[in-house]
Design a protein around this ligand. Sequence first.
Ligand SMILES: Cc1ncc(C[n+]2csc(CCOP(=O)(O)OP(=O)(O)O)c2C)c(N)n1
Ligand SMILES: [Mg+2]
Length: 341
Amino acid sequence: MAQAAETKKRGKTKDHATLDHNAGREPLMRAWHDMLLIRRFEEKAGQLYGMGLIGGFCHLYIGQEAVVVGMQMALGQGDEVITSYRDHGHMLATGMDPKGVMAELTGRSGGYSRGKGGSMHMFSKEKNFFGGHGIVGAQVSLGTGLAFSNWYRNNDRVSVTYFGEGASNQGQVFESFNLAALLKLPVVYVIENNKYGMGTSVERASASRDLSKNASPWGIPGAQVDGMDVMAVHEAAEVAVAHCRAGKGPYLLEVKTYRYRGHSMSDPGKYRTREEVQKMRSERDCIEGARHRLETLGVEEAEFKAADDEIKRLVQEAADFAQASPEPDPKELWTDVLVEG
Ligand SMILES: Cc1ncc(C[n+]2csc(CCOP(=O)(O)OP(=O)(O)O)c2C)c(N)n1
Ligand SMILES: [Mg+2]
C-alpha cells in the first residue's frame, strides 16, 4: 500500500484563478449554445416519445443543462464521463453526434448502440462517454473504477462521475468514497441534486442536509454549487478537476439544480406543485440567465436567433435521421452479447 499513500504527480490544468468570465463573452456564448442544443434536443425527444416513435424509458434532463455544460468546460482531451439513465445531456456535452443519440432513442440501427440500448444505454469510446446506467448508483463504482485505471496507468486523466441526490445514499457510493480517498484516485463526484428521486424529495430521503459534506469522513473535499448558473458550475469544476489532476485525490461537488419535467415520461407529478416548477423556470432558468448576462455584454437578438435557428436545424436533422434509419436486423440479437477473449 506504499504506492497507495503516495501522491502521484499529475499534469496541470488551467489556473482557475485566471478565469474571468466578464473578460470575454465567447465562453458564455458557447455555454449558452451548448445548453440550448441539449434543451432543444430533449424537447424533440419528448415530442417523438409522444408520437410513439420512442419506446421504453426516457428521462429528460430539461432544467439541468448548466450542470453538464459547466463541468465539460473544465475537462480536457481524454477525461472521462459516466452517469445515470438521465443521460442525453451528458452525451451531447461530450460531443456525441445528436443523430446517433436520437437514432438510439428510436431504437434504430444508426444509433450509438445500433438500436439495442435505447435511452439509458449508450456509449462512445471516442468521446470517452461510459454510459448511461439504469441501476441507481451503479455508475459510481464504475466511475471510481475508471479513475482507478487512470491512477494505475499513471496518466493524466480525470473521471467525472455524475449521480443524483437520490443515489447519493446508496451503500456503494460510500464504498467508492473510501477506495477513492485511500488511493487518491482522480475522480470528481458530481451529485446532481435536482431535489427529487422519482417522487421523493431530498428532505424525505436524506438525513444529510449538506450533501457536499457526505464524503468528509474520508477527507474528500466538497463544495456546493448553484447548478442554475453555468459559470458558477464551470468555476467549481475547474477547482475540482485541478485538484484531481494534481494528484490530490477525489473531489465532491453537490450541484443544486432542478428538473422541469417528470422523472420519466410517465410521472403524475403529484409530489410537487405546478407553482414550484413554474417559479424555477421563470426565475432561475440556466439558459435564460446566461442569455441575460450575454445581453449585458452586448449580444444582440439577431445573434441569438441565428444560433437558435441553427440548433433547431441540427435537431430536426437528428430527428429525421432517427426516423429514416432502419430497425436493427434480427441477426443483431446475437451480436455484442459476449466478448470473445
Ligand atoms: C438500484 C435501484 N433501485 C431503484 C431503482 C428505481 N429508480 C429509478 S430512478 C430512481 C430515483 C433516483 O433519483 P436520483 O438519484 O435523485 O436521480 P434523478 O432521477 O433525480 O436524476 C429510482 C429509485 C433503480 N433503477 N435502481
Ligand atoms: Mg434527483
